[in-house]
Design a protein around this ligand. Structure first.
Ligand code: ATP
Ligand code: MG
Length: 138
């Protein structure tokens, strides 16, 4: 079990001005920030990040959405980080997300769902390394 996960505040949420409130909920949820940046992905970069979903019918839509506006990328630390963060963000579809979760509070649809959270320790490490060099992680 690793104590780190990777997250993005997605373009729907940055565009609606929810960045501060989402980061506040993450910090109050017990996570500390180990790396962070604000940037806009190109379609090529978004496509590479979500390469695992290439065969899925929503891949084109997902790449277009994730490159449509700025995101916040961050590495977070907490005991049992991956699992606890998935609990904090709630189900992929906000309509099925539990009350009080970030997606319930801030997401509008299954496609535009406010935040990303890594689904395993292995992917957390891969995703963190996609955005941050060794010099940018503390
Ligand atoms: P994420 O990886 O972003 O944390 P997740 O692990 O809850 O989300 P995945 O199955 O990995 O869900 O899907 C990745 C992303 O693709 C979703 O967060 C969402 O933005 C988009 N997505 C997933 N399913 C659909 C769908 N049926 N229609 C449109 N977009 C979808
Ligand atoms: Mg996922």
């Amino acid at each position: 079990m690793s104590n780190r996960t990777f997250t993005m505040v997605k373009p729907d949420a940055t565009g609606k001005g929810y960045t501060g409130a989402i980061l506040d909920q993450i910090i109050k949820g017990g996570f500390s920030i180990k790396a962070m940046k604000w940037l806009k992905l190109t379609p090529e970069q978004a496509g590479a990040f979500y390469e695992v979903h290439k065969a899925r019918p929503f891949y084109g839509e997902l790449v277009e959405f994730m490159s449509s506006g700025p995101i916040v990328a961050a590495i977070l630390e907490k005991e049992n980080a991956v699992e606890d963060f998935r609990k904090l963000i709630g189900a992929t579809n906000p309509a099925q997300a539990e009350e009080g979760t970030i997606r319930k509070n801030f997401a509008a649809s299954i496609g535009e769902n406010a935040v990303h959270g890594s689904d395993s320790d292995e992917n957390a490490a891969i995703e963190g390394a996609f955005f941050f060099s060794r010099l940018e992680r503390f």
